[in-house]
Design a binder for this molecule. Sequence first.
Ligand code: SF4
Length: 402
Amino acid sequence: MWPHQELDVPELRRDGQRAVPFHQFVLKVHSRCNLACTYCYVYEGPDTSWRDRPARVSDAVMARTARRVAEHAAAHELPVVHVNLHGGEPLLAGPAPLVDYVTRVRQAVAAACGHPCQVRATVQTNATLLSERTVSELAAAGIGIGVSLDGGTAGLNRRRADRRGRPAWPAARRGLAELARHPEAYLGILCVIDLEADPIDVYDSLTGLGPPAMDLLLPHANWSAPPPGKPLGAPAARGGPTPYADWLIPVFDRWFAAEHMPVRVRLFTEIIGLLLGVESATESVGTSPVAAVVVDTDGAIEQVDSLKSAYEGAPATGLDVFRNAFDEALEHPGVAARQLGMAALSDACRACPVVRVCGGGNYAHRYLAGAGFRHPSVYCADLERLIRHIALRVRAAADLPS
Ligand code: SF4
């Protein structure tokens, strides 16, 4: 049972809590991966639904999904929709189905919308399959390319290997070299934090790959399955060890001290924006309503993938693009809960002095087995320490009293 089953969505709507239309559509193209990273929450985590899905998205699912996206964009007069092609490893399907999927969405949106609506398309890949032809075809189709890595050297990527244990780095490095020839398509790098890696080595080596942006991600974890470096324990707000803040703070200081910041680091820019009163655009921090939805290779409408790290079936909605519109997904208790902002937070978070910036952290990181999501983040102490540190640095740089 979904732990927010007690949420009465019709009642919320009567109280004036409006659903926020989806504007980010995560479309699964291939449900398998050519790598077997040791920390992967999709293939090594509690949710095994990927085993029952078709490996590749079919023509029928692509056509129906494109119509559903267009229907949603038209109904809500969205000025822009973001289409994020994901896997597994989406490039296992080759570039043609990716271009085809995006073309179908663009054509359907143009046909359905009586207003201008831009379709911004991206693909997230492990870079091992980025050949010259693949990068050229994606770039020509206006599909931006984001890469997932653990750092910019072979040693830092030791956890990324294929099923036979062969390291992914040599192929990823070749792919990155091809991508560097198409800066118009190079979006940036996502990196999951490994406490065993030196933070400055990770930051400097990633910066050396020339991305316009990067994000440093806390590993998906929760109170019942804590991340490396954190003990198993009951949710306890504030205080405790802060290994992830200890890792991130030297990176922030190096990034913030640079005369010309070489790269946009999303976690840091989001926190600075929130400190200055700007709404967040990610699920990691802040209390902005979540506006992302997933369509899997079989057409199932799912919630965000990070929930896979909580328990078997956590992202499921029971809906699919053949029978259901995305508006129906907006009424799912799990989606509604992630759009409630402050109202979805635990008492401890609501009383917390940094809540406007932290927002309780990523929703998936608040989970405790048998007790749902209304808890502080398992990274609570790290988030508070990092936010306070960044606030101090920003105040000092602006010459404001702390
Ligand atoms: S808002 Fe963030 S820092 Fe504050 S109690 Fe909640 S999780 Fe912890």
